[in-house]
Write a protein that binds this ligand. Structure first.
Ligand code: OGA
Ligand code: MN
Length: 221
């Protein structure tokens, strides 16, 4: 599957080193962008699985929780499909994230409790307006991951993830390149997805804490 990329991805990545990098990025900057993080065979298998999913498996993403959950064309227009681990590639991705969860807990004592993630499909022109994945003191979401599955993505294709600082200044524009992984603290960085010029795929996920003292608990989906 080397044709998916201009640069071949290494097959073997030392997870200890990758987890060290992620932990260090979170500790010093609150976020990190890794051009390559997961093994190429896992990335390729996940990509092929996602492409094989029928369109009907993707549902319009909503905003808000529980009975406040609703589709809002002004905020976001992507379509999502939650990973359950039924397919071997989804299972391998969830296993990798489980190891990252343990690795982050060991390094940063974050007490991360579980992980959930979904494929997201942004059709041409789709977007996700500036938002936070978590609100201080009112969430279980602690660390966000976004993993991109777009072979040969060009600058002209747009669809950048734009991250903002706590004082709302743009700090990072991330093109959704194949195999790139972004990890950030969920309550610190407002971010948005700019409209893309072609189909754009990502896997968005969240490590959560079991915050039973909060009255609002994020539903599992
Ligand atoms: C999200 C999100 C970013 C992306 O799903 O909450 O911000 O680049 N996704 O897909
Ligand atoms: Mn988000």
């Amino acid at each position: 599957m080397a044709y998916l990329n201009a640069l071949p991805l290494p097959q073997v990545l030392d997870t200890t080193e990758v987890f060290d990098q992620i932990a260090q990025g979170l500790e010093t900057n609150g976020y990190i962008v890794l051009p390559v993080a997961l093994p190429a065979n896992l990335t390729d298998a996940l990509y092929l699985h996602m492409k094989s999913l029928e369109d009907e498996k993707f549902k319009r993403a909503g905003i808000g929780r529980d009975n406040q959950h609703h589709v809002n064309d002004f905020v976001r227009t992507d379509e999502i499909c939650w990973l359950t681990g039924e397919h071997s590639s989804a299972k391998a991705y969830l296993d990798w994230m489980e190891n990252l969860r343990l690795g982050l807990n060991r390094r940063l004592f974050l007490g991360l409790f579980d992980y959930e993630c979904h494929f997201a499909h942004y059709t041409t022109g789709a977007f996700y307006k500036k938002h936070l994945d978590a609100f201080k003191g009112n969430t279980n979401r602690v660390v966000t991951t976004v993993f991109y599955l777009n072979p040969n993505w060009m600058v002209e294709d747009g669809g950048e993830l734009v991250m903002y600082s706590e004082v709302d200044e743009p700090i990072e524009r991330v093109l959704p390149h194949y195999g790139k992984l972004v990890v950030f603290l969920s309550d610190r960085f407002p971010h948005e997805v700019l409209p893309a010029g072609r189909d754009r795929y990502s896997v968005a996920g969240w490590f959560r804490v079991n915050n039973s003292i909060g009255f609002t608990v994020d539903p599992p989906r």
